[in-house]
Design a protein around this ligand. Sequence first.
Ligand code: P1T
Length: 380
Amino acid sequence: MSHQFATRAVHAGIEPEATSGAVMTPIFQTSTYAQASPGEHKGYEYSRTDNPTRTVLQAQLADLESANHALVFASGLSSIDAVLNTLSAGDHIVAGDDLYGGTYRLFTKVAERRGLQFSFVRAQDPQAVEAAMTDRTKLVWLETPTNPLLNLVDIAAVSKIAHAKGALVGVDNTFRSPYFQRPLELGADIVMHSMTKYLNGHSDVVMGALMLRDQGLYERLKFLQNSIGAVPGPFDCWLVLRGLKTLALRMRQHAVGAQAVAEWLEQHPKVERVLYPGLASHPQHELAKRQADGFGGMITFFIKGGLEESRRFLSTVKLHTLAESLGGVESLIEHPAIMTHASVPPEVRAQIGLTDNLIRVSVGIEAVEDLIADLDQALG
Ligand code: P1T
């Protein structure tokens, strides 16, 4: 019998520990494992290769993303780098042009030096993806919704285009979480998460994950996970296991709060424009309804004015913390042009509309009245 998501977030992949019956997965804080004779062991040799706490986390993550396999990494970026490491010099990648600044930096400042070639396109238009594909295109890399402009990409349409030309599709699902969106069900080949965000949910861990179905690709990525060694420790894996248990509850509240805050911001005279997929004014509101089960907790808005007005507002919020990152229980607010997307060159920022009056909010699970009161006093 297959259970609903909220049930699987508590139970999937989790069994009482074999020797003691401990209900909560223990933190196997060990680097190595005793062998009875050389090569004769219980499935664990060394914790870069495998660790029992990590194994349980990976099993649960695979279940939640409708995958067969999951692999965790020391950060979201190192999980993307593992995907890049399946490619060779000369291979071509088509990527969305509106990505987390660190992903853009990894692509342009690290991977290009290793001989990978990138085309950045407006991926919300599937035709733009198709037009950029060449005989050497091996991968299409998407964020949806994008960070920070909350553009949406039609995962099913782009997957069809990519597969027709023999390329794989990777989707960074960080902003949605599998509670709201499961790209593998829509045709994507690889899902990636910065688990630093919603999956852990408590702003106390940096970690990444890949989820996928294909056995051969899994074996290649598992080889890379061990060979490169960017793995998280058992305590951090345990913290994410703990965070996942409330993922469904948290995501529901993030979305309720974000919808209310977005609607409130939209009618505020000092706000020029609000981007939130749950607003009827979002240019891809219909796709948002079709592709996902909810609109998430991220809002982007343009304050009337420029850098000066943004600075004043961001220095005046009290309950919202001015900080990078997102997806924790506490509300965070930030200025992408100066903070999370500083590594995107100014001319690229201008081209995609990432302006100096753009503000990004990660709506936490606090009482929404308190959040709105804080924004109100700061805008005033
Ligand atoms: O920080 P790390 O766990 O390595 O994940 C990188 C990353 C990848 N993809 C997306 C969509 C992300 O948002 C991030 C990290 N983002 C922030 C720190 C931020 O404030 O946007």
